[in-house]
Design a protein around this ligand. Structure first.
Ligand code: CO
Length: 245
């Protein structure tokens, strides 16, 4: 075990390449951080925020944890949200789950992984809340469905924070989104939650939940792709890419 030479070498090459392509790249980043997006995602190494939406450093403020959970009293996540909203004034908060999430899978299968079981208990709460829907879902789709449910529940938790509610109360524009990423094709799907005021939360949640239920039941319910400015890498063919066919 020595120095991580391969990573350090790679870093030097990257820094030189970036400077070559844009001589002002680092100096402009030093001067200011002005991201428009807060990304709340899973720690999974296969879901790197800026790379997935093809943005350079400086564009996304990021908080990641196991299974992209937003816990009401998690000071770490709350601090990230508070700094992003109050100081950086991000316009969008995106909760990004992903299909095939190991944390969600461990919860679904009742696997013990250690201390993380206590953290994943929050995903267990999502599972218990939606046990009727999950019981009615065929076995092979249950993980996908729980991954989607986990995203929309965490979106609700973001919207319930005093930080976001206070921002809305003072008319600060903040929109909270629920996305899910597919490791299989690299595409993000929207889950039908784009919430820009507390009044819209209940209705948006219900319609997203209904769409998940319909897809779980095998109906071909595609969420219509939107010409939304923040969907930077829309799926090339359809919103489902054949997933829900
Ligand atoms: Co994950």
């Amino acid at each position: 075990m020595g120095r991580l030479k391969e990573l350090l070498d790679s870093n030097r090459q990257w820094a030189q390449r970036m400077s070559r392509e844009d001589p002002t790249f680092f100096s402009s980043l030093v001067a200011q951080q002005a991201p428009r997006y807060l990304w709340i995602g899973c720690s999974d190494s296969r879901v790197p925020s800026t790379q997935i939406v093809d943005l350079p450093p400086g564009e996304i403020f990021v908080h990641r944890n196991v299974a992209n959970v937003v816990v009401h009293a998690d000071l770490n996540c709350l601090a990230a949200i508070q700094y992003a909203v109050d100081v950086l004034k991000v316009e969008h908060i995106i909760v990004v789950g992903h299909y095939g999430c190991g944390g969600v899978q461990a919860t679904l299968n009742g696997l013990r992984v250690g201390l993380a079981d206590n953290w994943l208990r929050h995903v267990g709460d999502v599972m218990a809340k939606h046990d009727t829907l999950l019981d009615a879902t065929v076995q092979e789709r249950r993980l996908d469905v729980l991954c989607e449910l986990n995203v929309i529940e965490q979106v609700v938790n973001v919207c319930q924070t005093t930080i976001v509610r206070d921002a809305w109360d003072r008319q600060q524009p903040v929109c909270v989104h629920g996305w899910i990423y597919a490791l299989t094709d690299g595409c993000v799907r929207e889950l039908g939650m784009e919430i820009d005021s507390f009044d819209r939360l209940a209705e948006s949640y219900q319609s997203a939940l209904q769409a998940i239920g319909q897809r779980a039941a095998g109906e071909n319910v595609c969420l219509p792709p939107k010409a939304d400015e923040i969907v930077l890498t829309p799926p090339a063919t359809s919103c489902c890419g054949g997933r829900h066919d």
